[in-house]
Design a protein around this ligand. Sequence first.
Ligand SMILES: [Zn+2]
Length: 250
Amino acid sequence: MNNCVMCSTGLKFMNTPTFGAGKLSDGGIVCTSCYKKINNANPSVAFKLKKYTLQQVQEILQVKADENNSKNSKLDEIKTELKNLNLGNTSLFLGRKEINELPQILAEGEKINNVIQGTYNNGHGILVSTNRRLIFIDKGLIYGLKVEDFPLDKISSIQYETGLLLAKVKIHTSGNIAVIDNVEKTSARQFAEFVRNYISQPKEQQTVFVQNNGEPSILDQIEKLAKLKDNGILSEDEFTEQKKKLLEKL
Ligand SMILES: [Zn+2]
């Protein structure tokens, strides 16, 4: 009797893939459960398994496992960050399936600073505020994943309206208003106020990733001064004085 080359299980009729689908190019055979593993990792490899050696298949599975690990560790990191935000409603949204999508949605260095739950365009999901944008994420059973983002620099204002039990958060962008409905009242107020304060701050306070590249360098400024002197706008003394001040900053 043969054994599965991956897990060493004895191969019987019941656990051997049909039509020789479990055969590898170097002669080994995998059992149905290992075949399923390969198929989950990469269906096209499983489909043409007899073109691959055991080693190649194991490498493919390893790459997939590494990918999943890094995804999971990023997810753990995000969950810890969310808990540390002490939003009060954390336990309500932490179990939502949209949270699991965050590792793929967030960019490198993008940090979450607030989250609410609500409905938008008939989908129930979460509205996440980061240092770059607001993102509505809705993972439905039928339509799959829907993600819509509102970059902070496109948001002109954010408002909330409270009803009897629930509230609406309105995001105003140029010519558009996105309404997130059915939001828990306290969270809606906190979220809207937070984002409003955040976007009214000067850019350099919003994010530490922005480099101070808007300001001309000191040498550029001296060059400009020299032109002003050459054009007779500044006297020799005025130029020397301003130049000295700039050089002290270096
Ligand atoms: Zn096996």
